[in-house]
Design a protein around this ligand. Structure first.
Ligand code: FAD
Length: 389
C-alpha cells in the first residue's frame, strides 16, 4: 500500500495519520518503551490456568515459546503482595451529604484514593486476589510468534467476529457496533504485526527476525486493518488522556523509591506532554456515541458482547498468547470503562481503577504504539516519493 492511502483523518477519529505518527514517534513510543520496563508496569496479575467456558481445551502450540514463566513470590514488588490498603469503597463514594464535604472542598480534589478492588463491567474476569492468580513479568514474556495456529486459533477469532462483534454491513449506521468491531480488528492487526515483527525465521538455527511477507499478508494488504489499528491506538490514547488527573495522582509504589519516582515522572510526561496535547487534543470523541434513544440498551448489549470476548480469552490454547490476549483485552476494557462507564449522568460514578487495569492499559497502549511505528516505517519505505514531501 502507498503511504498516500493513509493521509487525512483516521476514520471516526479526530486526528489525522500524519499527526498520529508524529506524536507516536516523538512522544508516546519513547516514553512508553521506558515505562513498561519499570517494575510497576512489568508485573501483571493473571489467572493463566482457566477452563474454557465455551468448548473443550484444544491447545495447539508447537513451540516451547508458548509457555509463560511465572514470577517466584520474591520477585514481584512487595506492595503488590499486600492486600489493598486504600480506603474502603464506602468511604470513597461521593462525600455529598456529609457535613464536612460542605466545608472542605479540597477533599474532593484528590481523584485517586488508593488502589482498590473494583469490578470492570466490560470484562469477565473476577479480579479479586485469590490463589489462582500469579504474577507474570511481561518483559520476560514478549508477545511474538509462538507457532499457535490452525483450527484452535481460527476458532477463537471466528467466534469473536461471528458471535460477538459481527462485521458491520456498510449500510448499518450504528456507530457503536462499528466501534466495537474496529477495536477488536485493530487489536487483531496489532497482534499480527507483533508476530511479523518478531518471527522464528529458521527453526534449525533459532534465527528470529522480521517477516515482511507475513506483515503484508495479514495486515498491510488490507487497508481496513491498518485503519482499524490506528483507530484502536487513538481510542486507547483518548482514554489515557481522559483519565489524566486520576493517573497522575495514582500511586506507582513498588517499594523502590528511585524506580517509583521515575515511573511517576514518565507518566506525567506522557499525560501532559505539550506536543501531544496541542497536536491531537481529542484523539477520539466518545461523546458522539450512545446518543440515540436506545443508547442505554445498546450499551448493555455491547458491554455483554465485550465481556464474552474477554471470557473467550480463557479458550486461547497457547499460554503466552492467552497472557497477552488477557492483558490487552483488559486494557481495552479499561479504556471502555474510562470512556463510557464513568460520569454517567444517572450513575454518577467516580473513576476507580484497579492497579492491574492501569498496568494493562499502558501495556496495551505500548503494544499499539509499537505496531503503529512498525507499520508506518514499512509503508514509508515502500513509498519513497512520500518521504520527500
Ligand atoms: P488469523 O490472524 O488467525 O485470522 C483469522 C481470520 O480473521 C483471517 O482469515 C481474516 O479473515 C480475519 N482477520 C485477520 N486479521 C484481521 C483484522 N485485523 N481485522 C479483521 N479481520 C481479520 N500467535 C502468535 O504467534 N503469537 C501470539 O502472541 C498470538 N497471540 C494471539 C492472541 C489471541 C487472543 C489469539 C486469538 C490468537 C493469537 N495468536 C498468536 C494466533 C494468531 O493471531 C493467528 O491466529 C495465527 O497466527 C494464524 O493466523 P492466520 O493467518 O490463520 O489468520
Amino acid at each position: 500500500p502507498a503511504a498516500r492511502e493513509y493521509t487525512g483523518m483516521v476514520e471516526d477519529c479526530c486526528c489525522d495519520y500524519e499527526t498520529a505518527d508524529a506524536i507516536n514517534e516523538e512522544v508516546l513510543h519513547p516514553i512508553l518503551q521506558e515505562l513498561v520496563t519499570l517494575p510497576f508496569f512489568r508485573y501483571f496479575k493473571v489467572k493463566l490456568w482457566c477452563d474454557c467456558p465455551f468448548w473443550p481445551d484444544d491447545g495447539m502450540c508447537r513451540l516451547r515459546d508458548c509457555s509463560v514463566c511465572e514470577c517466584p513470590e520474591n520477585e514481584f514488588p512487595e506492595p503488590f503482595r499486600k492486600p489493598y490498603s486504600g480506603l474502603s469503597p464506602d468511604s470513597m463514594i461521593c462525600q455529598e451529604g456529609k457535613p464536612q464535604a460542605a466545608v472542605d472542598k479540597t477533599l474532593d480534589r484528590k481523584v485517586f484514593k488508593g488502589w482498590i478492588e473494583t469490578d470492570n463491567p466490560w470484562t469477565s474476569d473476577d479480579e479479586t486476589d485469590n490463589n489462582e492468580m500469579t504474577y507474570v513479568n511481561l518483559q520476560l514474556n514478549p508477545e511474538r510468534y509462538t507457532g499457535y495456529t490452525g483450527d484452535s486459533a481460527r476458532k477463537i477469532w471466528d467466534s469473536i467476529y461471528k458471535e460477538n462483534c459481527p462485521k458491520y454491513p456498510s449500510e448499518d449506521l450504528c456507530h457503536e457496533k462499528k466501534a466495537l468491531y474496529k477495536l477488536i480488528s485493530g487489536l487483531h492487526s496489532s497482534i499480527s504485526v507483533h508476530i511479523a515483527y518478531d518471527y522464528l525465521l529458521d527453526e534449525s538455527t533459532n534465527k528470529w527476525g522480521k517477516n515482511l511477507p507475513l506483515l503484508y499478508d495479514r495486515v498491510l494488504n488490507y487497508s481496513e486493518r491498518v485503519q482499524n489499528l490506528y483507530f484502536t491506538y487513538l481510542f486507547v490514547l483518548r482514554a489515557v488522556t481522559k483519565a489524566a488527573d486520576y493517573l497522575e495522582q495514582a500511586e506507582y509504589n513498588t517499594g523502590n523509591p528511585e524506580d517509583d519516582l521515575k515511573t511517576q515522572s514518565l507518566v506525567k510526561q506522557l499525560l501532559y506532554n505539550h506536543k501531544l496535547r496541542s497536536a491531537c487534543p481529542l484523539p477520539f470523541d466518545e461523546a458522539k456515541l450512545w446518543q440515540g434513544e436506545n443508547g442505554p440498551e445498546l450499551k448493555q448489549e455491547i458491554q455483554k458482547q465485550f465481556r464474552n470476548i474477554s471470557a473467550i480469552m480463557d479458550c486461547v490454547g497457547c499460554e503466552k498468547c492467552r497472557l497477552w490476549g488477557k492483558v490487552q483485552v483488559l486494557g481495552l476494557g479499561t479504556a471502555l470503562k474510562i470512556l463510557f462507564s464513568v460520569g454517567d449522568s444517572h450513575l454518577n460514578q467516580p473513576l476507580q481503577l484497579q492497579r492491574n487495569e492501569v498496568i494493562a492499559l499502558f501495556n496495551l497502549l505500548n503494544r499499539l504504539s509499537e505496531s503503529v511505528k512498525f507499520v508506518h516505517e514499512v509503508i514509508k519505505e515502500q513509498s519513497p516519493s512520500t518521504v520527500q514531501k
